[in-house]
Ligand binder design. Structure first.
Ligand code: AMP
Length: 288
């Protein structure tokens, strides 16, 4: 079988994964890592592409991490499509898919050690999903410890997530480079998400409101923060299908809300419920 058509090797055990990485490292290989929850789409594949461009060995993890889902969230209905994920990764230069069970990752159950995300982790997504970022950082720290990559790839789509991962790496002095890949969108602007598959055709149309709000925010950037918020909020209109959760303009360096008179680069973060599906998106804009 040609290298191009090779299906990645699937490993579900931590010890086996470590062994494979150790062997390749001993032979001088560099290691890139792409953590995912599976249900792979072109956004994930953009991360994989960057990983294969920079390292000798590429490891993708597929793990739906129960720690980052709150009570009443969509842990049970989150799509689990490992076979299709392996098909999607075939021929893309991925060496290993690490797909552990929950018991393999958390043998002592949910009472084990956690990483806490701090103040920024309690804002925006963290305010709507208490404990989400502690759970996310905990699994990312574990995966970093298991894979020990030189470089890990994350999507700008989850701006607060990648901010917190970068800060964890700095705060805990983890010897890993974090690279951010731009958001991949559908032709009409909708950010790709594993949760988009839950949208009915009408909800799919309504979901465009998020990227439209971000485009309106970007266009209003030269007029300042108040106008950015007003224009983006107007894009939401009075739809029954789309219930906005938060819409904020934040400093890309601190992720804290900007002052009303702020100028320069800013990040607009948006979240909304479209039917029963919660979607997030963001855009970098230029103020004044
Ligand atoms: P998930 O499987 O949703 O946890 O996402 C795994 C990684 O893929 C995260 O780093 C996400 O930010 C990234 N990702 C998800 N959707 C996109 C997208 N549309 N464009 C770029 N990266 C994405």
């Amino acid at each position: 079988m040609s290298a191009a058509a090779r299906r990645p090797r699937v490993i579900d055990g931590i010890a086996e994964l470590r062994e494979v990485v150790c062997e390749r490292r001993a032979a001088g290989a560099s290691v890139a890592f792409v953590p995912t929850m599976g249900a792979l789409h072109d956004g994930h594949l953009a991360l994989v592409r960057r990983a294969t461009e920079t390292a000798d060995v590429v490891i993708v993890s597929v793990f739906v991490n129960p720690l980052q889902f709150g009570p009443g969230e969509d842990l049970d209905r989150y799509p689990r499509t490992l076979d299709a994920d392996l098909d999607a990764l075939t021929g893309r230069g991925v060496d290993v898919v690490f797909a552990p069970t929950v018991a393999e990752m958390y043998p002592d159950g949910p009472s084990s050690t956690r990483v806490t995300a701090g103040a920024v982790g309690a804002l925006y997504e963290g305010a709507s999903r208490p404990g989400h970022f502690d759970g996310m950082l905990t699994v990312v720290a574990k995966l970093f410890g298991i894979v020990q990559p030189d470089v890990a790839y994350f999507g700008q789509k989850d701006a607060q997530q990648v901010f917190l991962v970068q800060r964890m790496v700095r705060d805990l002095d983890l010897p890993i480079r974090v690279e951010v890949v731009p958001t991949v969108r559908e032709a009409d602007g909708l950010a790709l998400s594993s949760r988009n598959r839950f949208l009915s055709p009408a909800e799919r149309r309504a979901a465009l409101t998020l990227s439209e709000a971000l485009r309106a925010a970007e266009a209003a950037g030269p007029q300042g923060v108040a106008e950015v918020l007003a224009e983006a909020e107007a894009a939401f209109g009075a739809s029954e299908t789309v219930q906005p959760d938060y819409l904020v303009v934040v400093d890309p360096v601190t992720l804290l809300p900007v002052e009303p008179e702020a100028s320069g680069p800013a990040l607009v973060l948006v979240a909304a419920r479209v039917g029963a599906t919660r979607l997030i998106d963001n855009a970098l804009i230029s103020l004044r």
